[in-house]
Design a protein around this ligand. Structure first.
Ligand SMILES: [Zn+2]
Length: 117
């Protein structure tokens, strides 16, 4: 289990977005099959998000909807070229995201869909 100081707010409009160790995060709940994934709450912007949000793909910048759609297509078994055409991103981008997300693509997609504002 990672320390909360390793996480940062995932709300792009929050003044503490992307800043670690600000003491703005608290755990407000648990979810997942074994209740092993923490739901974090940002005191600064009062938003909640999954501790998984942003982790495997942190640093890659695509709009959330695009990423959701991209990973959705991949997890449904669409190939790289088909996905890049459907989501309208470069095939290299699809490869990059797929590699970053790896086996977690499906889970990540579900989480992003469930937790996106
Ligand atoms: Zn925040």
């Amino acid at each position: 289990m990672k320390a909360l100081s390793k996480f940062c707010c995932q709300n792009k409009k929050c003044p503490d977005y992307g800043k670690r160790g600000r003491n703005n995060l608290t755990v407000c709940g648990w979810y997942g099959k074994n209740n092993h994934i923490r739901l974090l709450y940002c005191r600064t912007c009062k938003k909640r998000f999954s501790e998984r949000k942003g982790t495997p793909l942190f640093g890659l910048r695509l709009a959330d909807e695009k990423m959701v759609s991209l990973l959705g297509h991949i997890s449904e078994g669409c190939g790289v070229r088909k996905t890049s055409r459907l989501v309208r991103v470069h095939p290299d981008t699809v490869t990059r995201y797929t590699r970053a997300a790896g086996q977690h693509a499906k889970a990540l997609h579900d989480e992003l869909v469930a937790f996106s504002p």
